[in-house]
Design a binder for this molecule. Structure first.
Ligand code: ZN
Length: 323
């Protein structure tokens, strides 16, 4: 069993000489590439993509920045990890193929655990432990199409207002906040009292140009907001905000489950407003029999739709949120 090298666990990425540095944390089996810009003393911002290996917006955006960003007035340290979960990414899968474990349910991980548990531990102990602000870039992956949002968890009075301000920077997305949930990278940040947000882009196995532009705009706003860069306060667009009080509501995998296997025929698009009880789609049985309608549990906006049209009983098909 391989454990993270002592070097990566003790390496202080906030104390590098000024300039851009590429460093690997961990080893070949459990590790990731990071690009670190060191400026004058200031905040320590961490941004990563591909916590799930089938989400490509974060990796694409961050590689663009790595290849082009040359700030001459940076305050603080900025650390980008385009692909956090390299094993899952190589397998074009949500989870690492060796243990099939969801990294976003594994934090803070274990030093002597499975591949995914060790990856969570490495990120938490070697990277997050030194951060002052954190962003985790997600999307719908292969299985889901999302009406993109920015979110955060927890109601710590010292942290939540900062998270709200960070989320507001991503003003092309609506905002969804909710109660604490265990296992997420957000949970590890919460435990360390580090203001943290996540972004959920469209997904569906691809990368939309408008999502990259919206992420890019949000990141530039956030650099000003947290003091990494000087500049006028950004002019932000108004952002719809919905606060869930029930953790169950934010579990995307439990809403509008397919009643049986078959073919999904959606009747609504992402962003559509629907009434409670209105028809969201039909499930056509694979062999014979009439289609089964799927009715909206509540009124609101359709923010999630299953992407593959082949469905199994219990698959989450839609999420409707009252925004
Ligand atoms: Zn994800």
């Amino acid at each position: 069993m391989t454990t993270p090298s002592a070097g990566s666990a003790t390496f202080d990425w906030t104390a590098l000489p000024p300039g851009l540095h590429q460093r690997r944390f961990g080893d070949e089996e459990v590790g990731f590439e990071a690009w670190i810009w060191q400026g004058q003393p200031g905040p320590a911002l961490v941004v990563n993509g591909a916590t799930h290996g089938d989400e490509y917006e974060g990796p694409t955006l961050l590689r663009h920045w790595v290849g082009s960003w040359q700030p001459d007035d940076l305050r603080g340290t900025v650390l980008f990890i385009p692909v956090l979960n390299e094993g899952a990414f190589a397998a074009t899968a949500r989870c690492h193929p060796v243990d099939g474990t969801d990294l976003a349910r594994t934090f803070p991980g274990r030093v002597d655990g499975t591949v995914t548990e060790r990856l969570a531990h490495l990120f938490d102990s070697a990277v997050l432990a030194r951060a002052t602000h954190y962003i985790d870039l997600h999307s719908g992956g292969h299985a889901l199409a999302l009406y993109p949002w920015v979110g955060y968890i927890g109601d710590d009075p010292n942290v939540a207002p900062i998270q709200r301000a960070m989320a507001a920077c991503f003003d092309q997305f609506w905002c969804w906040s909710g109660p604490f949930l265990p296992g997420r990278s957000m949970s590890a940040a919460f435990a360390r009292q580090i203001p943290a947000i996540y972004v959920e882009c469209f997904g569906a196995g691809g990368v939309r140009k408008q999502d990259l532009a919206a992420l890019d705009r949000g990141l530039r706003h956030l650099f000003n907001e947290i003091g990494c860069l000087d500049g006028p306060a950004p002019t932000l667009a108004p952002q719809p905000h919905y606060q869930s009080t029930e953790a169950e509501e934010t579990h995307l995998q439990v809403h509008h489950p397919a009643p049986h296997a078959g073919t999904l025929e959606p009747k609504v698009d992402l962003g559509d407003r629907v009434d409670g009880g209105s028809q969201l789609g039909l499930i056509w049985p694979t062999h014979d029999g009439p289609p089964t309608p799927v009715w909206a549990e509540t009124e609101g906006t359709v923010v999630l739709r299953r992407h593959p049209r082949s469905v199994q009983a219990g698959d989450s098909l839609f999420v409707v949120v009252p925004i």
